[in-house]
Design a protein around this ligand. Structure first.
Ligand code: INI
Length: 161
């Protein structure tokens, strides 16, 4: 069986991130780890672009705009939704999850789901490198791997229909 290789070299890739300011300490920690990993994997600083949005609910519109621009090999959506006392958490989670999935589906550009959905701040911090792994590293690797897979399957940007 021929298998697509998993390529984790980011040289030449252009990656955009959209990050939510709500719970910005968590977003920043995830972003820092993501950016460091992308740089380690060869993505040039000038090929990394970042857009801030107010909250996770606003992520999909900008993720879609970035993906549809044709300028990026992958988009990383970064944020954190923390459960509160009302059903608001569920609505925001549903909106950002559906929206990110639809942005990827409708544009064909990989959009990485880097939004933590946690019960409390401690869970979020633990996943943002305070006492645990920083999931931002995984988001970066997913972006590079998915960008290469798409290129391998569809061809370079100029060759796409
Ligand atoms: N946005 C988040 O990114 N995380 C949250 O935990 C959150 N909570 O809990 O309310 C949140 N709400 C704001 C929302 O994403 C929108 O920005 C707001 O409703 C305006 O559209």
């Amino acid at each position: 069986m021929r298998t697509w290789a998993s390529v984790l070299d980011g040289t030449g890739l252009r990656i955009a991130a959209v990050a939510s300011r709500f719970n910005h300490l968590i977003s920043l920690r995830l972003l820092d780890a993501c950016r460091d990993e992308l740089r380690r994997r060869g993505v040039a600083e000038e090929d990394l672009h970042l857009a801030w949005v107010p909250g996770a609910f606003e992520i999909p519109a900008i993720a879609r705009a970035l993906a549809a621009s044709g300028r990026y090999d992958a988009v990383v959506a970064v944020g954190c939704v923390i459960r509160g006392d009302t059903p608001h958490f569920d609505y925001v989670c549903r909106a950002v999850t559906d929206g990110v999935r639809e942005a990827a589906r409708d544009t064909g550009v990989p959009v990485i789901f880097g939004v933590l959905t946690t019960d409390d701040v401690d869970q979020a911090l633990a996943r943002a490198g305070m006492g645990g792994e920083n999931r931002g590293v995984e988001f970066a690797r997913a972006a590079v791997e998915m960008a290469h897979l798409r290129r391998a399957i569809e061809g370079p940007p100029g060759a796409r229909r």
